[in-house]
Ligand binder design. Structure first.
Ligand code: BJ8
Length: 422
């Protein structure tokens, strides 16, 4: 609408480039999502969010700022939303999964770098992401080398606060992260002018946990055969979880779950009963990286779970709600990050246990190991995951890819061959 154009202009966006970027979305989205047969009606809300992806939600953030609130952008599930919310801020997850801004990212970053990082930085440089434009500052983390070093460059374009995430989980590491949590709390208080109290923090922990619980409920629905919802629809919901209003989002996910639970009772599904069930594990799939799900589900299988940060790693670890004092609450928030099994940790055997458990829980027939090109932590960890899966007799295939469409044909062939084997 015209209103949004003025808003985008006021946010300093490149309108021409932005038009070019969004132009193919309706067609791609229509084919991939809207064309699914027997799709749950509860997807209507999420279709609406995508249909107006740079509109109404951005307007809410602009209004939030006009009322004196802060908007904080982040790129990792380790960053504590709870602290941002408790200071009256809004937390927006900005990881990007589009090919479009990658060449621009490559102007300031090496080409042989993870596409997620190049895409994220490219969005800022291209000025085509209104969420980036509306953000007051960015919170980075010292996870993989690529991200850690990219923050130095991003900081030239938008203020970037870096949290030092430890690489191990011993007592000294826990103490370091606890200090980083405290330093971030102080940063948020300074930026917002709002003192974070135990009462405010308790409320924001509850909001974040309720969102996690709704996503867990959604994932539980996928354990049914036939699966009541497609993997791509759930992936989309996970992607939107990073920037939608948390309370509204939680309500909509729960409404969808009511419908899915009814479907399960009736034995209704999106895929046929007995269709091959796939668990995906590996690098995150930020919006709009739908390629792998599209290929798998286009080949007659159904994705039933993602052990990724746009999947179980986003919601399975919650924050304990029994903290009575601010110190106890901050400790609980700090604990959560150390329980997330990201490949940036060493060792990271918990991830292998998670994958084996999830294969059982979701009754998966095979595992697709998704590795973003040049993502070293996940690529190296493959060896251990593969060995554990082989020992358990679970078929696995490693797919290395990026956000471009260049390898679609080749991936299709490999996935089809894998599915035939199951
Ligand atoms: S908790 S997975 S969101 S760091 S940027 S590691 S894809 S080379 S994103 Fe992550 Fe936090 Fe861990 Fe999750 Fe690889 Fe790319 Fe690095 Fe990445």
């Amino acid at each position: 609408s015209n209103d949004w154009r003025q808003m985008w202009k006021d946010l300093g966006m490149d309108l021409e480039k932005h038009d070019e970027f969004l132009a193919p979305v309706p067609e791609v989205y229509g084919k991939l999502f809207m064309a699914q047969e027997n799709r749950p009606k509860g997807m209507g809300y999420f279709d609406f969010v995508v249909g107006d992806i740079h509109g109404i939600r951005v307007k809410e953030l602009v209004d939030h700022k006009a009322n004196g609130g802060k908007v904080v952008a982040s790129f990792c599930v380790f960053v504590p939303d709870e602290i941002i919310t408790a200071a009256g801020g809004v937390s927006i997850g900005l990881c990007a999964g589009a090919q479009f801004p990658v060449p621009t990212g490559e102007q300031v970053l090496p080409r042989n770098l993870c596409p997620l990082i190049k895409s994220s930085v490219g969005f800022k440089l291209d000025r085509i992401c209104p969420y980036f434009q509306v953000a007051d500052f960015v919170v980075g983390e010292t996870t993989c080398d690529g991200k850690k070093k990219a923050w130095e460059i991003l900081d030239e374009f938008i203020p970037t606060h870096v949290m030092e995430l430890p690489q191990r989980r011993a007592e000294a590491d826990k103490a370091l992260w606890m200090e980083e949590i405290r330093r971030f709390k102080e940063k948020m208080e300074k930026e917002s002018g709002v003192a974070i109290t135990a009462q405010k923090l308790a409320a924001s922990i509850k909001i974040a946990n309720e969102k996690r619980a709704a996503l867990q409920r959604l994932y539980n629905c996928r354990k049914a055969d036939p699966a009541p919802i497609s993997g791509k629809d759930v992936l989309l919901i996970s992607e939107l979880a990073f920037f939608d209003d948390p309370k509204r989002f939680t309500q909509q996910v729960n409404a969808l779950c009511d419908e899915l639970e009814t479907r399960i009772v009736r034995g209704e599904g999106i895929a046929e009963k007995g269709a091959p069930r796939i668990l995906i594990t590996g690098s995150p799939m930020p919006i709009p990286s739908w390629k792998l799900h599209a290929i798998i589900e286009g080949s007659g299988a159904v994705v039933v779970c993602e052990e990724t940060c746009t999947g179980t790693r986003y919601f399975e670890t919650t924050v304990r709600e029994d903290g009575a004092t601010l110190d106890e609450q901050l400790a609980a928030i700090s604990e959560r990050a150390l329980n997330i099994n990201c490949a940036c940790y060493t060792p990271n055997n918990g991830r292998i246990e998670d994958i084996l458990r999830l294969v059982k829980e979701y009754n998966a027939d095979g595992v697709v190991y998704y590795n973003l090109a040049f993502c070293q932590p996940y690529s190296i960890e493959y060896r251990k995951v593969e060995k554990a899966l082989q020992e358990a007799g679970i078929p696995v295939i490693k797919i290395e890819s990026d956000f471009s469409e260049e390898d679609t044909g080749q991936l299709q062939t490999r996935i089809e061959a894998f599915l035939e084997m199951l």
